[in-house]
Design a protein. Sequence first.
Length: 148
Amino acid sequence: MSLSNLQAIGRLQAQPPDPAGIAKLLQAARQNLADARVEQISANNRFDAAYKCIMQCAMLGLWANGWRTSTSQPGHHQTAIQTLDQTMGVHKADLIVLDALRRQRNLNDYEGDPISTATLQACVAAAEKLLGHAENWLRARHPDWRIV
C-alpha cells in the first residue's frame, strides 16, 4: 500500500522533515545498538535495545520523507517496518526478517516468551544492517543535512 493510501486510512500523518529531530533519532538508534551489544545485560533487554534501534531507523525513513506513524492507531510498529521499502529502499527479504522480529518482540512483551540467543543475534544483526543502510541512505539522499 502506498504511503498516501496509508495516510488516507489514518495509518500515517504528513509531517515536514526536521533534520535536527532526525539527527537526534539517529543518535538514539546508535546508542540503542551499542546497548544491545553489552553482554552483561540480559538477552531480553539486549533484544529490546536492538529492536528499538530498528524502530528508530524505520521512523527515520518516514520522517525524512515527510511522514510519521499515527501512534494513536494500533499497528504503528508494523506500519513503520512495512514501509521501509518505500521510504529507504530496504529489500523485501529484509522486511520479512524485521517483521518476524517485531512479532517476536510482541510475544516477549505481551506473553513473556523468552528471547533465545539465536533470536538476539538475529535482532542485533538486523539492527546493525538497517542502521548502516539508514546512514548510507541519509548521506546519499540528504547530504545537505550533514547529520551522518
